[in-house]
Write a protein that binds this ligand. Sequence first.
Ligand code: PLP
Length: 435
Amino acid sequence: MKFLSTRGGAPPASFTTALFDGLAPDGGLYVPEKIEPWTASELSRLPRRTLTEIGLRALRPFTRGEIDPAVLEAVVVEALNFDIPLVEVEPWIFALELFHGPTLAFKDVGARVMARLMASLHQAEEPLTVLVATSGDTGSAVAHAFHRVPHTRVVILYPDGRVSPTQEAQLTMFNGERTNVRAYAVSGSFDDCHRLTREAFGDAALRTRMRLTSANSVNVGRLLPQSVYYFHAVAQAHAATPVTFCTPSGNFGNLTAGLMAKRAGLPVERFVAATNVNDVVPAYLETGRYQPRASMATLANAMDVGHPSNFERMTWLYGGDLDAMRRDIVGSRHTDDDVRATIRDVFETRGYLLDPHSAIGYMGLKRQMGRVGQVGRVGIFLATAHPAKFAEIVEPIIGRPVEKPAPLADALARPRYIIRIDASLDAVRGLLTTD
Ligand SMILES: *Cc1c(COP(=O)(O)O)cnc(C)c1O
């Protein structure tokens, strides 16, 4: 399968090129040239399929001719080695819990599949070096995703003193081991980290010495695997009619993956694009005007995005037809006050604890189901992070401590090895070429 650029100014690329290059040369995002529909019998057999079988079926068309089916199966089995259960929160309302991976958030799914896809396509003696700038969560998902993956090494740059203690524990967890993952605290901002990775990628001398790649959030290797769990959710729902999904969104990769699943035939009534006050996509759906702007800080901080990259993929999928997009997607915007009230209310009345991002998913879903009438219809919101990841927000709201799942407790219990570096290309060059 070939991959095209959303901007149409780049030659069609192979899956391998799209995976290792990340962005198309014209600055656009890669999209598959076609989305092959599932047959009616494949869809009707969905409830009897395992997560691995679904993953294999969903990803096979995109990698055909480049990754052997047996290799792809190994990729999927190793990457998706945790549960993604559908949990009933109240009648007709379900949480798709995407937070049972090593860093307790849905980004584990895309990052773990991408890491193994890259490893399977890079068999050279010298390891593939993955260089990532992170403001927190993406970096730890990538670190854990590549940990001990053969022929790869990961170098993560994060801004010193500007990630939460929990995030730093998860990011630096492997610094005390002799493994393939290292995280460095850069004396500077996230923008400095980002600039340093760009400078390193632009350094011709460095690039002749090593195979350097990125692992950013727009990579097709992260996007495509995210459609797998939409199929897996429908497989578990046993719904008589098409389901409604609500995806709490920031950069809109997660929602775009759902739209692609629908394009492949998954029976979905509607998608709710739920955001915090950074609502450029809901505003676009309402007014038809797309006005990206600087982001505002909220409790659901992984969704504080004022200029969502995947909007380009969304408009590409609908060929710029706003009415067609409106038939599939409805927007929903929610404030921090609503988030707090919902976390408290759902915990007290249903005994289910939401993190701030999942709370926005729940609210967006309830609002839409209230409009269309809920009885007889299944609604699913994506629970994108475990509440323990946001204990400092959630605990005061419910007035009691949140138990930390094993992977998080383990990260916090380890001795902390912080490695500080200057915000200079020389420093980055040094750590890339020594070690
Ligand atoms: C990244 C993230 C989101 C937003 O996902 P997008 O694909 O960027 O829209 C939502 N919730 C959590 C917990 C996240 O980490």
